[in-house]
Design a protein around this ligand. Structure first.
Ligand SMILES: Nc1ncnc2c1ncn2[C@@H]1O[C@H](COP(=O)(O)OP(=O)(O)OP(=O)(O)O)[C@@H](O)[C@H]1O
Ligand SMILES: [Mg+2]
Length: 259
């Protein structure tokens, strides 16, 4: 039901050798909401998404609809209804937009049915929901275009469509607005709200604060792997520890430039 916890994360920690990339993080993503996950570069956002989706080992617990999933392999978490995008894109250059989206669909015939559809060129989408999604994301005119021909903004949209094509209950988006200009980003924000209103819950990682403030129902701020603030977007961004975390990262970058 809307507002009830869909994803509950408790004391999640990820270590890479001596580096604690995610440090004892607890958070909740309520059903039907968009939760923003923000923080300076290297704060641990992608690592947390990797841990939630089964791409990296973690300690702590992750429950989805009240069921522990933290020991499940990535494909089983996907089967539970969790999808994600990748910061680096995650789409296939040699395939068309249609084929890339088709890969995200969970077909009754499984993976082989997708491969067969692509190899035989019969790439019709099985699910009417996917066709609606293509319309919502404005990708209708690009379906036949090879992914290598797309702009970086268009690639991001295809990766979002690919993640949503499986009909997930929860989607984790890792910087979907990277590479988009401010108009495109505002447009993406509207689309994400439409997707949320259609019943998909989201965890949105992005550096575009305008997007985050405009679309997120609440935000969680990470710094050096720890949650330093959480709550309503505007209020949370105004908290001193959040400002300091971002100023610190700006100062470090400026000093780095000077060196
Ligand atoms: N595979 C890895 N091996 C070792 N250290 C890693 C690895 N991936 C990330 N890290 C380290 O973990 C920390 C968190 O990195 P992560 O990529 O999760 O940050 P992020 O918040 O997504 O940053 P950005 O905003 O730049 O995408 C950083 O210190 C990073 O250097
Ligand atoms: Mg990242």
């Amino acid at each position: 039901m809307n507002g009830e916890p869909l994803l509950t994360v408790t004391d999640l920690t990820v270590r890479y050798g001596g580096v604690v990339a995610v440090d004892n993080v607890s958070l909740t993503v309520p059903t039907g909401k968009i939760v923003g996950l923000i923080g300076p570069n290297g704060a641990g956002k992608t690592t947390l998404v990797d841990a939630l989706t089964g791409f990296v080992r973690c300690s702590g617990t992750v429950s989805f609809r009240g069921v522990r999933i933290d020991r499940l392999r990535a494909h089983l978490r996907a089967r539970h209804g969790i999808a994600r995008t990748f910061q680096a894109g995650g789409i296939f250059d040699d395939l068309t937009v249609r084929e890339n989206i088709l890969i995200g669909e969970r077909r009754p015939g499984g993976w082989w049915s997708t491969v067969r559809a692509i190899v035989t060129g019969r790439g019709e989408h099985a699910r009417p929901e996917t066709r609606a999604l293509v319309g919502t994301l404005g990708l209708g005119d690009l379906l036949g275009v090879q992914a290598s021909e797309l702009s970086s903004g268009q690639r991001k949209l295809v990766s979002v469509a690919q993640a949503l094509a499986g009909g997930p209950e929860l989607v984790l988006l890792d910087e979907p607005a990277a590479g988009l200009d401010s108009t495109e980003s505002a447009w993406l924000g509207e689309r994400l709200r439409a997707v949320r209103d259609s019943g998909v819950t989201m965890l949105l990682v992005d550096h575009d604060m305008e997007l985050v403030v405009n679309v997120c129902d609440e935000i969680v701020v990470l710094d050096f792997g720890k949650v330093i603030a959480a709550g309503e977007p505007q209020e949370t961004l105004a908290q001193p520890q959040v400002i300091t975390a971002y100023l610190g990262s700006v100062t470090a970058a400026t000093e780095g430039d000077a060196a």
